[in-house]
Design a protein around this ligand. Structure first.
Ligand code: APR
Length: 280
């Protein structure tokens, strides 16, 4: 039995499986990664995107953020086979949670499309003419999705806390409204965790709890060099979980993992999903 088959068998044995993802899962969709030769931090100075700079110099921060936002999210990105495999495993009840460092919203898109497919199937199969809509009737489950670093599609007013669609606000900044502000007069901030900013306490707490209770913890497409990425798989391992790493390059956490697979996420995850389904 190979490594992937063993992971699939364990996941199928009612294990609590948790997936933790980074930029590598969205790379096949065309979203740039942060590190490596073509990484965003080769083109941009990450020191310009700190929380401290946002507070000190919101005008300059937003001026630079427009370029970063266009580099990172300028394309029309779609979820790929890896996002879809995780979403399907979540809906089949084989994945308790997806924790992501990505702010591109592609996990949510994949979950939505799996939900739509399930309800379309139920519309067709409902025998009493009433479409099934909830978990009890569809036999599906919904994995927890935690966007640890927030979501770049939104901005948030630092004064009143209102969250709005980010695209029009980035456009206003590009057109010279620096910094862009809310109706209440407060400055908008990308709804993401900036360097030097604390992750929301409740979110990191929930991520740690999920890592601790997992039996299988899959770290997917992340260099695992920033926090909490570096510590979550270690927390899982030290609580007895089988840690699997799927990444093209080696990571500092490889030595704590039982399974290390250096292949493309779009090959590995659909394969894992098919093995889990085959075991059902
Ligand atoms: N399949 C598997 N792995 C891949 C693929 C792929 N198709 N493409 C890229 N990778 C791997 C790379 O080898 C790399 O190790 O994905 C990893 C991406 O690492 P990073 O660019 O460092 O991204 P990430 O780990 O998500 O960064 C963490 O750092 O700058 C911050 O806030 C930013 O959330 C980000 C955090």
């Amino acid at each position: 039995m190979n490594d992937l088959e063993e992971l699939a068998e364990q996941i199928d044995r009612d294990a609590t499986a948790v997936a933790f993802t980074g930029a590598g899962i969205s790379a096949p969709s065309g979203v740039p990664t942060f590190r490596g030769d073509d990484g965003v931090w080769e083109k941009f100075d990450e020191g310009q995107f700190t929380y401290g700079r946002f507070q000190r110099d919101p005008e300059g921060f937003w001026d630079d953020r427009v370029d970063l936002q266009r580099e990172l999210f300028g394309g029309e990105y779609e979820p790929n086979a890896a996002h879809e495999a995780l979403a399907s495993m979540g809906q089949d009840g084989h994945l308790e949670a997806i924790l992501t460092q990505n702010t591109d919203g592609l996990h949510e898109d994949a979950l939505e499309s799996v939900r739509d497919d399930a309800s379309a199937t139920d519309d067709v199969t409902a025998t009493d003419g009433v479409a099934a809509t909830d978990d009890a009737t569809t036999g599906t489950s919904e994995p927890t999705l935690l966007e640890l670093h927030g979501n770049s599609r939104r901005v948030r007013c630092v004064d009143c806390g209102k969250r709005v669609d980010g695209d029009p606000i980035v456009e206003r900044a590009a057109d010279g409204e620096l910094p862009p502000t809310c109706d209440c007069g407060g400055v908008y901030k990308p709804d993401v965790v900036l360097f030097g900013e604390q992750l929301p306490g409740a979110v990191i707490q929930q991520a740690r709890t999920l890592a601790r209770k997992s039996d299988v913890f899959l770290a997917i497409g992340s260099s695992l060099v920033v926090e909490p990425a570096a510590s979550l798989p270690r927390i899982a391992a030290s609580n007895g979980a089988t840690v699997g790493i799927v990444n093209l390059e080696s990571t500092p956490v490889d030595s704590s993992a039982e399974v290390v697979i250096r292949e493309d996420v779009t090959e590995v995850l659909p394969h894992l999903q098919s093995l889990v389904n085959a075991d059902c």
